[in-house]
Design a protein around this ligand. Structure first.
Ligand code: RIB
Length: 307
């Protein structure tokens, strides 16, 4: 059987994660408990997640010609991700993300996107055949807006389904982003930034999701952490719950969800079923440290996830 084909356009970062008793206050120096360095960047994480599940995944991105960039490319190869459209530049360092994770597994992240910002529209156009050959295309907001938009336009022209993960969120996102998104997939805080509305309760989240639909998205899937994920369509709302677990590190949990969602959608599973399976995989990821290192491999998952 053909493997589900997924293309991800987005950023690669090197994650520098400090595990701390609590997040530091302004001007404070704090002792951390331990440190972890690993491959990250929302786009890279989502690509690796889909590949770990067995997807045929292509990444479109830009790395610095430095040790982080070289190692990131090697990591993609080891994970079976196609890097034909992963470019290198001498003009900037690879993206980095210093991250602090507290004892409840909650994080705060700084991204310095570096080489990711230098991806060009010509390089996106070069990737058109790989985009056109994919069942699902996945995007985030860690590369320049016009580059993401160029890729979204190609996907629509080529009739490829899109999952847009608007992270990190911006409060003034052009309407075209909504109109070109088949699945618009933010978390609660991103939803609040995008809409200016509260999204703390399910009712509030649904109302905010309806504003996103009015702006032109076809479907909204809102990730709600330990409450699961919320599917909002024109004529339907359903909450897909998730099993409660003890989180040690939530970094990349949203990416585990989006990468898994892309995989199951590309496999042809219905939306609610894809969400249920993606919820389960994201819940497993928060129980281990690191970003991509916390994503489970297909062979370590229950076989019923793949029937
Ligand atoms: O979503 C988690 C990711 O956000 C990290 O890997 C970090 O690099 C930032 O992009």
């Amino acid at each position: 059987m053909d493997r589900p084909k997924i293309c991800v356009i987005g950023a690669c970062n090197l994650d520098l994660i400090s595990y701390v008793p609590r997040l530091p206050r302004m001007g404070e120096t704090l002792h951390g408990d331990r440190f972890h360095m690993g491959f990250g960047g929302k786009g890279a994480n989502q690509a690796v997640m889909a590949a770990k599940l067995g997807g045929e995944v292509a990444m479109v991105s830009k790395l610095g010609r430095d040790i982080f960039g070289e190692n990131t490319a090697e990591n993609f190869k080891a994970m079976g991700v196609d890097i034909t459209h992963v470019h290198f530049t001498e003009q900037a360092f690879s993206g980095v993300a210093p991250i602090a994770v507290d004892r409840e597994g909650k994080n705060s992240i700084i991204i310095v996107t570096g080489a990711n910002d230098l991806l060009t529209t010509e390089e996106i156009e070069d990737a058109r055949p790989v985009i056109a050959g994919s069942s699902v295309l996945v995007f985030q907001l860690e590369i320049p807006l016009e580059i993401t938009l160029a890729a979204l336009r190609i996907a629509r022209q080529e009739g490829v389904s899109t999952i847009f993960n608007p992270a990190p969120a911006r409060n003034k996102l052009p309407d075209e982003f909504y109109q070109l998104s088949d699945i618009f997939c933010p978390n609660e805080s991103e939803t609040e930034i995008l809409t200016g509305m509260p999204a703390g309760t399910i009712k509030e989240a649904e109302a905010a999701a309806r504003v996103i639909l009015e702006r032109g998205a076809r479907t909204v899937i809102l990730t709600l952490g330990e409450r699961g994920s919320l599917l909002v369509l024109d004529n339907e709302t359903s909450l897909v719950p998730v099993k409660q677990v003890r989180a040690v590190d939530t970094t990349g949990a949203g990416d585990a969800f989006v990468g898994s969602l892309a995989y199951f959608m590309a496999e042809g599973k219905p939306l609610a079923e894809s969400m249920k399976r993606a919820n389960q995989i994201a819940a497993l990821s928060v129980q281990a440290s690191g970003t991509q290192t916390s994503f489970p491999l297909r062979e370590d998952l229950p076989p019923e996830l793949f029937v």
